[in-house]
Design a protein around this ligand. Structure first.
Ligand SMILES: Nc1ncnc2c1ncn2[C@@H]1O[C@H](COP(=O)(O)OP(=O)(O)OP(=O)(O)O)[C@@H](O)[C@H]1O
Ligand SMILES: O=P(O)(O)OC[C@H]1O[C@H](OP(=O)(O)OP(=O)(O)O)[C@H](O)[C@@H]1O
Length: 225
């Protein structure tokens, strides 16, 4: 049995069509059951539902053989013990610096001011500002980053931006893009060796699905179970 780790929400929703294209059916309504171990239409593959930021940990320790995680999450995790064979091109957004509309970020950076920056992505933020030679005090948050500059917790934030509507709703402006983000397939390196007969066809089928090569033969069934 191969175990695939997914998080609820956009990763689950956007991975399902790729699995379907790879010949693996999952009833989307199954997520409502609140069960954390879910069957798929393929007896050789089950899903586990974990927090988005926990997906790399489950795969790193082999509790899941394979998973789907955002580039943001993988960079924060470090990627140790993980093979990252495919950019799935889903959950697309960007990691950016944002600040209140009235804050002159460029001037603050030019003048070498010390900035207080709130983020869930403190590793990426630290690296970004260090590379620019900007002095920052980082404040680790776990959500609602957009609130931090509004209540004086930070001068700026580093957060994910997609449509920009969350920033607009809070009178913040994207002042610098750090990187583009999308979700990757991640694979436990030991599983890839010991379960190659099952994992390689699955990875190939998902790769074909991402490339838009349409329906392919079921990835796992009969593949050495
Ligand atoms: N607004 C967005 N548009 C597109 N992709 C996004 C957006 N926000 C986040 N993502 C991507 O989707 C992934 C999962 O995001 P999601 O909001 O489901 O989890 P989370 O709440 O960030 O994680 P956790 O539950 O671990 O705190 C993120 O890691 C990121 O790669
Ligand atoms: O630019 P936008 O399209 O507004 O997306 C950006 C928001 O999405 C993410 O949060 P979260 O996953 O909580 O937000 P969502 O579920 O509303 O997309 C992120 O932390 C931003 O707050």
């Amino acid at each position: 049995m191969i175990t695939l780790a997914l998080s609820k929400g956009r990763i689950f929703d956007e991975t399902l069509p790729l699995l379907a294209a790879a010949g693996i059916a999952v009833d989307p309504a199954i997520i409502e059951s609140r069960k954390l171990i879910l069957p798929t239409g393929d007896p050789g593959l089950r899903l586990i539902i974990v927090r988005a930021s926990d997906v790399p940990t489950y795969v790193q320790y082999g509790a899941a053989d394979i998973g789907v995680a955002g580039r943001d999450v993988l960079l924060e995790h470090g990627g140790e013990g993980l093979y990252q064979p495919i950019d799935l091109g889903i959950a697309r957004c960007r990691l950016s610096v944002a600040a209140p509309a009235g804050f002159d970020y460029a001037r603050a950076v030019r003048r070498g001011s010390r900035l207080r920056v709130a983020s869930k992505y403190v590793g990426c933020a630290r690296q970004h500002f260090a590379a620019k030679g900007v002095h920052v005090d980082l404040v680790k948050l776990y959500g609602s980053m957009e609130l931090a500059p509004l209540v004086g917790l930070a001068d700026a934030i580093v957060d994910l931006v997609s449509t920009g509507s969350t920033l607009r709703a809070n009178n913040l402006v994207e002042v610098e893009k750090i990187m583009d983000i999308s979700a990757r397939l991640i694979v436990n390196q030991a599983s890839l060796k010991t379960r190659a007969g099952q994992l390689e066809p699955l990875i190939a089928a998902l790769s074909a699905a991402v490339a838009g090569e349409g329906a392919v033969t079921p990835a796992l069934q009969g593949a050495g179970q």
